[in-house]
Design a protein around this ligand. Sequence first.
Ligand SMILES: Nc1ncnc2c1ncn2[C@@H]1O[C@H](COP(=O)(O)OP(=O)(O)OP(=O)(O)O)[C@@H](O)[C@H]1O
Ligand SMILES: Nc1ccn([C@H]2C[C@H](O)[C@@H](COP(=O)(O)O)O2)c(=O)n1
Length: 232
Amino acid sequence: MNNHAIPIITIDGPSASGKGTVAYLAAQKLGFHYLDSGALYRLVALRALQDNIDASDEMQLAEIAGKINFSFENSLVWLDGQNVDSAIRAESCGEFASRIAHFPALRAALLQRQRDFCRLPGLVTDGRDMGSVVFPDAALKIYLTASVEERANRRYKQLKEKGINASMPNLLQMLRERDQRDSDRALSPLKQHIDAQLLDTSSLSIDEAVKQVLDSYAAAELHARARTNPVK
Ligand SMILES: Nc1ncnc2c1ncn2[C@@H]1O[C@H](COP(=O)(O)OP(=O)(O)OP(=O)(O)O)[C@@H](O)[C@H]1O
Ligand SMILES: Nc1ccn([C@H]2C[C@H](O)[C@@H](COP(=O)(O)O)O2)c(=O)n1
């Protein structure tokens, strides 16, 4: 569990909302560490696909989650020393990750591995349950979202930039199915929790969204200081 001396900002939200981009840039501005928790679920999915592990095999998936040798270096994702940054971003990998993410044993096997990213001077992290389960004591919790049409548009442009063709109708359907699956599961569902601030970026630029996160964090810090050192 986080000791309160290490500030944490959690940014949860649906797929292709832009939470990873905004979290990464906010971490850079603050000089904090960054954790893309979705990448961990995607790494488990990639290894399972490579080893032909069935999406219903909770125990084998949990074993993979507990023992995969991953690292985040030079803004890339590495698995057993191999650069898998592109492989884990494939929609098929994200889809498989979403299908296996409901297993309690898999989530439990990743819990401490996520908490181990909590190091001074601070951490900004994005995912589905970072503020509700992984870091419940976070200094600031944000639920970042955008309309499904805007998210499909963002994903479409993102894939096009990588030279990957996609169809908007397919992306819309895939995002709707992914949202439904991530939200309907019993454990760590995707939803805006009561103590998370809503940030709808449908009509915001990336810079505007990052500024809102930084402003909210500054306000949260001021509030925390006033609580611990009330004006006499
Ligand atoms: N406010 C914004 N306006 C326009 N484009 C944005 C905005 N925020 C992010 N993007 C772009 O949208 C795409 C998806 O962003 P990103 O990968 O950060 O989303 P995500 O929520 O982390 O996705 P996933 O959960 O599927 O990994 C990226 O190309 C990013 O540059
Ligand atoms: N904290 C998290 C992060 C991710 N997942 C699952 C659900 C997502 O569909 C999938 C891929 O995540 P993304 O890279 O799209 O953010 O992994 C989760 O259950 N909890």
